[in-house]
Design a protein around this ligand. Structure first.
Ligand code: PDD
Length: 286
């Protein structure tokens, strides 16, 4: 069951007019929220980022946080899996095609859910391959915009190369992955690029840094050079749907010794434990 503009219905019945600005211009923003045991993970953070994205595209938030919460709860309840990946999407509505914002047009609001398929153990044990590419996206990558054409093309480069993710490099520094945030380990220290307009402020990224902070794992948040990427001991990928994954092959060369490293193992376990506390309803930050 999905939610579309005030109604709950099977996805097969959902329809939007072709003049929706999401369809015509990619004029909208979205969130992907993991749900574990029917509890949305870090919902407050996702709603806060949604507000930030809406502000970034100058679109009024159609709902209060409480309204979003109850919509999200009803979609979760209307779907079968206990673990779900919720997709929440707001566009600037339906209007005659014109770049300028339409006046007095209600936004389109859409929420769907899919079963959450976290990475299987075999993949976590072996790690995944990644490639690098030039980050040719716009300069507001901090907005979670639905216009994802550059990300789609960059991610497909990885798939075509038999890899899982594309690490993006901009002017000699690493920004993020095509659909994930990226961490390195150098000299045993976890390194994260600083949040700015060149990357999406990932919710999983925040959780990883909180876990590192709370468990005396040394970390630094600073610019990461291409050279550091190519000589890293470990490379980790994070996202709401893929949680934390080790990248063990980069552009065909092994990362470190080519196996998932110690920092990955520790953070992965901490993340799983943290998830358990959330599922038990505590939902507390670490
Ligand atoms: N993408 N950077 C980009 C470009 C992303 O698309 C994503 C997630 C992230 C990680 O953010 P978070 O930890 O909040 O999921 C970073 C989602 C999952 C998607 O588009 O499907």
């Amino acid at each position: 069951m999905i939610y579309l503009n005030g109604h709950f219905m099977p996805i097969e019945e959902a329809r939007i007019p072709v003049l929706d600005r999401g369809f015509i211009f990619g004029d909208g923003v979205y969130e992907v929220i993991p749900v574990y045991s029917r509890k949305p993970f870090r919902l407050a953070d996702h709603l806060q980022r949604l507000q930030y994205s809406l502000d970034g595209i100058r679109l009024q938030n159609p709902h209060s946080d409480d309204e979003w919460r109850s919509l999200v709860e009803r979609v979760i309840a209307g779907n079968e899996s206990d673990d779900q990946s919720l997709y929440l999407h707001v566009t600037r509505g339906v209007a005659k095609r014109d770049h300028a914002f339409p006046k007095g047009v209600p936004p389109t609001v859409f929420i769907m859910s899919n079963p959450l398929l976290t990475p299987p153990q075999e993949l976590l044990a072996a790690g995944v391959a990644a490639i690098t590419a030039n980050d040719n996206r716009w300069l507001r990558c901090d907005i979670k915009a639905i216009s994802l054409l550059p990300n789609v093309l960059l991610r497909q480069m990885a798939i075509d190369a038999g890899a899982t993710e594309t690490l993006l490099l901009r002017e000699g520094f690493m920004t993020e992955g095509a659909a994930s945030n990226i961490f390195l380990v150098k000299n045993g220290i976890l390194l994260a690029p600083p949040k700015n307009h060149l990357m999406l402020p990932g919710i999983t990224y925040d959780v990883v840094l909180e876990l590192a902070h709370g468990h005396q794992i040394q970390y630094e948040v600073r610019e990461i050079s291409e050279y550091e990427v190519r000589t890293a001991q470990e490379i980790l990928l994070t996202s709401s749907t893929r949680e934390i994954m080790p990248i063990t092959l980069l552009d065909g060369k092994p990362v470190g010794d080519g196996k998932p490293g110690l920092v990955f193992e520790v953070l992965y376990q901490l993340y799983q434990n943290y998830k358990l506390t959330v599922m038990r309803g505590a939902g507390l930050k670490v």
